[in-house]
Design a protein around this ligand. Structure first.
Ligand SMILES: NC(=O)c1ccc[n+]([C@@H]2O[C@H](COP(=O)([O-])OP(=O)(O)OC[C@H]3O[C@@H](n4cnc5c(N)ncnc54)[C@H](OP(=O)(O)O)[C@@H]3O)[C@@H](O)[C@H]2O)c1
Length: 260
């Protein structure tokens, strides 16, 4: 799975590994995060290996699939999770701007826009294309989108990229259904314990405010998303395909009344 080194991706990797899945923990730049995720899986009795490829780079696919082949060592591929995405880098305020996290339309450059679309749209498209000959019949594809396609927060290029990603599932589901492969999308809301969302705890009142935006009145956790991926990847979800599943705790289901 892509972007499995930290945040939501790491939680998905740990959850799938707990189900007995051998997980390819893909990362882009932060090897230590990937090694930590692999170690935590192994400590829990699971199996995983790390693979690196910068999904914005021209040679991303060759690098990714070469490392994947080495790690799989002939074992089958059953599940693809397209999770990696860029929108903000909390380690680097300049990169956060570059990822279009806070920029309005006037500030977004073509380079920034292209970078977001290369990682969030082009990469899952061509990673999926390259996976298809390897993916076993009856396999699973899960794309990770975002509630920003439904809720008009800023993050305009990011939201547009996730809108494009969401288009994949129904069409691919139809194309791949004859092989028993399901294709679904999960859309998380604002999720706690991700590096992107440290502001939840840095800004006074932010955590309470975001919790109040959900129908279930709490912050979402990476494990909330991982459990839904595990469900869609399981045999129990064999009859669910082409669907968009909101996993936001019911975020912004209705306008917030004045004074609340
Ligand atoms: N956090 C939220 O509140 C939230 C809400 C809605 C949807 N989502 C979606 O959920 C998914 C995971 O979000 P997250 O917050 O957990 O992400 P994150 O903490 O920022 O982690 C992103 C992952 O993607 C990898 N990645 C980023 N750019 C890459 C590149 N150019 N090449 C290769 N790998 C790259 C990172 O690896 P390196 O660190 O090594 O680069 C990391 O493993 C994303 O699709 C995101 O859009 C998140």
């Amino acid at each position: 799975m892509t972007g499995a080194s930290r945040g939501i991706g790491a939680a998905i990797a740990r959850r799938l590994a707990a189900e007995g899945v051998l997980v390819a923990v893909h990362y882009g730049r932060r090897k230590a995060d990937a090694e930590q995720t692999v170690a935590s899986i192994e400590q829990a009795g699971g199996q995983a290996f790390a693979i690196r490829a910068d999904l914005a780079a021209d040679d991303a696919l060759d690098t990714l699939f070469s490392e994947l082949a080495t790690g799989l060592a002939g074992r089958p591929l059953n599940i693809l999770v397209n999770n990696a995405a860029v929108y903000a880098d909390p380690d680097d305020p300049a990169a956060a701007q570059a990822d279009g996290y806070v920029a309005g339309i006037s500030e977004v450059t073509q380079e920034e826009f292209d970078r977001i679309f290369s990682v969030n749209v082009r990469a899952p498209f061509f990673v999926t294309q390259r996976c298809l000959p390897l993916l076993a019949d009856g396999g699973r594809i899960v794309n990770i989108s975002s509630a920003v396609t439904r809720i008009a927060w800023p993050l305009l290029p990011y939201a547009m990229s996730k809108g494009a990603l969401e288009i994949m599932a129904p069409r691919l589901a139809n194309e791949l259904g004859h092989r028993g492969i399901t294709v679904n999308t999960i859309a998380p809301g604002i999720t706690d314990n991700t590096k992107t969302n440290t502001w939840l705890h840095d800004m006074p009142g932010a955590a309470e405010g975001v919790a109040a935006m959900t129908a279930l009145r709490r912050l979402g956790q990476p494990s909330d998303i991982a459990d839904v991926v595990a469900l869609l990847a399981s045999d129990d979800a064999r009859w669910v395909t082409g669907q968009l599943v909101d996993a936001s705790g019911g975020m912004a289901l209705a306008p917030t009344p004045p004074g609340m």
